[in-house]
Design a protein around this ligand. Structure first.
Ligand SMILES: C[S@@+](CC[C@H](N)C(=O)[O-])C[C@H]1O[C@@H](n2cnc3c(N)ncnc32)[C@H](O)[C@@H]1O
Length: 303
């Protein structure tokens, strides 16, 4: 072990290099520090970090501690808690899990298409993609609706709490291998392929991009920048990170925005059939908005 006199940082062998001992950390990281991380991310984004996420939280946040030239993990948490609007944003961005893919859980897209196909063209169909991560889900919806030529057109509002992923989403540029499993003909129809320095990349065509607006929205915020009626909401693999009271509070608010009969698409491991909710399950994690308000089986609604 060495002590760096310029930084006063305690240099402890790390698990990720030669001669580094397993389960040790560069900065001291106590149970109390982890409890603070858990509390802050729950308050900021509703994300419940289980005990098993202790190391994950450290390894994601330690980059910020280093980048800011800080010497103690707890000093970093002080900064997040007391002083830093912008650091709070970086903190949330670091702790979100952004795994996504084009046409993930592909059975949902034909369901959306057949729900919207018979509609009258009184207005464009409006779909909210909540927790859109790097944009693949929103563009998958846009491609589906464009291919189906939905009467009246469609608009997709795609939102996430994480500002980093939204920048990627706005760019609409992806590695070629990410679009390997698209429906037949979609690659040629909806993407431009990079050449020269951009070889190996694809860009979503402008006509698909123009169907999607990206915006930062935290689902915990007390007001959302959307107006009823929405035709469908995709909120997949997002509420899995929330506790039950938060999930049911968000579900009630989704119901207020959806047309009666409108559809909510959830992720494969999200199940909202417990208690009275303003939705009827249509199977395969698709829920239909019912008339009348539901009531959460949990008393303390957040959000
Ligand atoms: C695992 S990704 C899911 C992406 C996409 N919906 C899918 O199923 O492929 C979860 C996303 O939810 C976002 N998220 C987490 N908490 C959120 C909150 N409170 N408000 C809005 N988005 C949130 C994360 O930033 C992340 O991008």
């Amino acid at each position: 072990m060495t002590t760096d006199s310029t930084t006063q940082r305690r240099e402890v062998p790390r698990a990720d290099g030669p001669g580094r001992a397993p389960n040790s950390t560069e900065f001291e990281y106590s149970d109390g520090d982890f409890e603070r991380v858990r509390r802050i991310i729950y308050e900021e984004a509703g994300i419940k970090l289980g005990d098993s996420k202790r190391t994950m939280a450290y390894s994601r946040l330690v980059r910020r501690v280093r980048a800011l030239g800080m010497h103690r993990f707890s000093d970093y948490l002080d900064l997040v808690e007391k002083h830093g609007e912008s650091e709070r944003k970086a903190f949330v961005n670091a702790l979100t899990t952004n795994l996504t893919a084009f046409f993930r859980e592909p059975h949902h897209f034909p369901i959306l298409e057949s729900y919207l196909a018979p509609r009258h063209a009184r207005r464009p169909a409006v779909i909210w993609c909540a927790g859109c991560s790097t944009g693949e889900e929103a563009y998958s919806i846009a491609m589906t609706l464009s291919a189906a030529s939905i009467a009246g057109g469609a608009h997709i509002l795609a939102t996430d709490v994480d500002t980093n992923v939204l920048e990627t989403a706005e760019r609409g540029v992806y590695a070629l291998e990410r679009i390997e499993n698209l429906p037949h003909g979609y690659k040629e129809r909806f993407f431009l392929e990079g050449i020269g320095r951009k070889a190996g990349q694809v860009m979503v065509r402008p006509e698909i991009k123009s169907l999607v607006t990206f915006r930062q929205v935290n689902l915990l915020e007390s007001s959302w920048p959307l107006r009823a009626p929405l035709d469908a909401i995709f909120c997949r693999n997002v509420m899995i990170y929330f506790d039950k009271p938060t999930q049911y509070a968000v579900l009630d608010r989704f119901a207020e925005l959806l047309e009666p009969g409108g559809l909510l698409f959830a992720g494969h491991s999200e199940n909202f059939t417990q208690g009275r909710i303003p939705f009827r399950s249509r199977g395969r994690t698709v829920y239909e908005r019912q008339l009348g308000r539901g009531s959460s089986p949990y008393a303390a609604g957040r959000g």
